[in-house]
Write a protein that binds this ligand. Structure first.
Ligand code: ZN
Length: 96
């Protein structure tokens, strides 16, 4: 799978992100510029998929093709909540 270094906010999935320095351990800190989002700064979690942009497309594609939330999460090896949030975000109404 091709992974882009696309960073998005873990809370709102916004890609309007600004780098805001590093913490004491040299980890990159990010700032979410979405004014409606309560997350202001966050750090990339290693368990968090870095290729969110491509992932979003895959989630939407699978949903359109009739995959359930659980199947999508299992196939893409991501959290069920990520699938739900992504579909909500994209206004894909496929909750079953
Ligand atoms: Zn955010």
């Amino acid at each position: 799978m091709t992974c882009y270094q696309e960073v998005s906010c873990p809370k709102c999935n916004s890609i309007k992100i600004t780098k805001s320095g590093t913490n004491g351990y040299g980890k990159q800190r990010y700032y979410c510029r979405n004014s409606e989002c309560k997350t202001k700064t966050f750090m990339l979690d290693y368990s968090y998929k870095a290729c969110v942009y491509g992932m979003t497309e895959k989630i939407v594609e699978m949903a359109i093709n009739g995959s359930g939330i659980r199947d999508t999460a299992r196939v893409l090896k991501i959290n069920k909540n990520t699938v739900i949030n992504t579909l909500k975000k994209r206004k894909v109404a496929l909750f079953r």
